[in-house]
Design a protein around this ligand. Structure first.
Ligand code: DOR
Length: 393
């Protein structure tokens, strides 16, 4: 079977790519490797009313993801072999998605007891993070960076200085600053999650120029909305870090453009309908991300000429793979056919009720987006995401 898109023309037979040719510039389709998300919350075990491994994986599949890294703030926390094994074994063989669990840096996300990086890595941990909660004791962070370097693990920072309210930009950038100092001191390596402020971006830009081993991510909400879009007391718009100023939104876009921000992660963080319909002050932070991430990025970054399509795919596939050290199915002759087919001309209105995630409440409700993953090819199967049908080729 032949697939023709703007960038590539691919022939597959028995699930193997038999030929790759240049595409047809008139096509509105684009073929990409399946996306890699370095940051999501699937809630199981312990939060199955918000999301299960199954519903989260289905949601990721419909967003075009093939590999997803799950954060450890489950209940129990993923800081031990049993919980890690539970996540690994209950997420297997669903939609050909590879789930890569990130384990906690400290036990219970709260104590100062650093987990067994080498042991958990051997059992399948694909990184370490206390996402959701910062490490604010810099002596502990110093030990963490040294230990991570010894065990060569992917380390993700939730940089937050809780002596400031979250709404104050200082809560993010003063934490980024002190953590960069520890990276410099230890020669360690650190990936900053969900970066949202102009000051943090400038600090990361300088740290990279200095040659420190630092990488950074943002999430679609930080280049889509500013705090000025929160026009009523509305818990749907609550996430941590919170939405920032319009200048911060511009800085996030500039950081993506010049490479200061390496990747776009979803920070898919579902909660129940009841929780997200609460007033802003009392709603839990977190919004769903898998099923809107690509379209938000394409609409807000590519159609507005901030990024080329190739640069966008770097942020969704190649840079995440490099940062977390993962292999993925690249598109090559003789390889297994595994790729997304994206319709760049497709326009649609976001309707939470159509989401596969359990959390159908979204701040994007009713907004019009362009560009959508419409099919996913995995081996000899073509999944049509529009009508849910599977074709064998
Ligand atoms: O908005 C957020 N939600 N930010 C976090 O850091 C944690 C996450 C969650 O687990 O709900």
């Amino acid at each position: 079977m032949e697939f023709t898109a703007k960038n590539l023309r691919i022939n597959i037979s028995n699930g193997i790519i038999t030929d790759i040719q240049p595409g047809d510039s008139d096509s509105s389709l684009y073929i990409s490797p399946r996306f890699i998300d370095l940051h999501c919350h699937l809630r199981e075990p312990g939060g199955e009313n918000k999301e299960t491994l199954k519903s989260g994986i289905e949601s990721a599949f419909y967003g075009g993801y093939g590999t997803i890294f799950t954060m450890p703030n489950t209940n129990p926390v993923c800081d031990n072999p049993d919980t890690l094994n539970y996540i690994l074994s209950n997420s297997k063989n669903q939609y050909s998605i590879i789930v890569k669990p990130i384990c906690a840096i400290t036990s219970g996300l709260s104590s100062e007891n650093i987990t067994d990086f080498a042991g958990l890595k051997k059992l399948g941990a694909c990184g370490f993070s206390n996402d959701g909660k910062p490490i604010e004791n810099m002596e502990v962070l110093k030990k963490v960076l040294i230990k991570a370097k010894q065990s060569d693990v992917f380390l993700v920072s939730h940089a937050e200085n809780t002596s400031y309210p979250p709404q104050d930009s200082h809560s993010e950038w003063t934490a980024v600053k002190r953590e960069i100092d520890i990276v410099r001191e230890t020669g360690g390596k650190l990936h900053f999650a969900h970066i949202s402020t102009k000051e943090s971006i400038e600090l990361i830009r300088q740290a990279k120029q200095e040659g420190l081993h630092i990488t950074a991510e943002t999430a679609p909400h930080y280049f889509t909305f500013s705090r000025e879009d929160i026009t009523s007391d509305d818990g749907r718009f609550k996430m941590n870090p919170p939405l920032r100023s319009p200048e911060d939104v511009e800085a996030v876009k500039a950081g993506l453009k010049d490479g200061t921000i390496d990747i776009i992660a979803t920070d898919h963080a579902p909660h129940t309908r009841g929780e997200k319909l609460l007033d802003y002050d009392i709603a839990p932070p977190g919004i769903t991300g898998f099923e809107t991430a690509f379209s938000l990025a394409f609409t807000n970054l590519v159609r507005t000429d901030y990024l080329t399509m190739e640069e966008l795919i770097d942020k969704f596939v190649y840079n995440p793979a490099k940062i977390a050290g993962v292999k993925f199915h690249s598109i090559e002759k003789g390889g297994i056919a595994e790729f997304n087919i994206i319709d760049l001309n497709k326009k649609y209105t976001v309707l939470g009720t159509k989401f596969k995630t359990k959390c159908k409440i979204t701040p994007y409700e009713g907004i019009e987006l362009a560009g959508k993953v419409i099919s996913v090819v995995v081996g000899n199967k073509v999944y049509n995401l529009e009508n849910g049908e599977t074709e064998w080729v």
